[in-house]
Write a protein that binds this ligand. Structure first.
Ligand SMILES: [Zn+2]
Length: 130
């Protein structure tokens, strides 16, 4: 028998077709789709099944882990970690801001929209405040 070959039982066929269904329902055809903005698709996920806030598949978003390491505590699930340069793969600590909840996070986003300023200007304003 060649390496890696095994007969496809009914069980395997079923597993494969279930996987195919999952795949086809990715993105905006998925009933769980929440509208695109801040979707989780482009975040880097780290497999830590025994993390208290891992998702059902055992993954934790890397930027949250980095913030947790920085704060030396677990993040509350309501807390939101925002990427300053909007690049969700740029998980350097200086690119991350922690908000205590989604409302504050959204306030930050509308702050940018209203004033039409960029990140550098925002940081200057923020650093100027005591
Ligand atoms: Zn954000």
């Amino acid at each position: 028998m060649p390496k890696g070959y095994y007969p496809r039982t009914d069980y395997h066929r079923k597993r494969i077709s279930q996987g195919a269904i999952k795949y086809n329902f990715k993105g905006n055809r998925n009933p769980n789709w929440k509208g695109g903005a801040h979707s989780h698709c482009s975040y880097r996920l780290i497999y830590i099944p025994n993390h208290p806030f891992a998702d059902c598949q055992g993954y934790v978003r890397e930027h949250r882990l980095i913030m947790e390491r920085q704060l030396n505590r677990f993040l509350n699930p309501r807390e939101v970690v925002h990427h300053i340069n909007k690049n969700r793969k740029d998980n350097r600590i200086e690119n991350l801001i922690l908000f205590s909840n989604e409302a504050e996070h959204q306030r930050h986003h509308s702050f940018f929209r209203k004033r039409n300023i960029n990140n550098k200007q925002f940081l200057k304003i923020n650093l100027a405040q005591p």
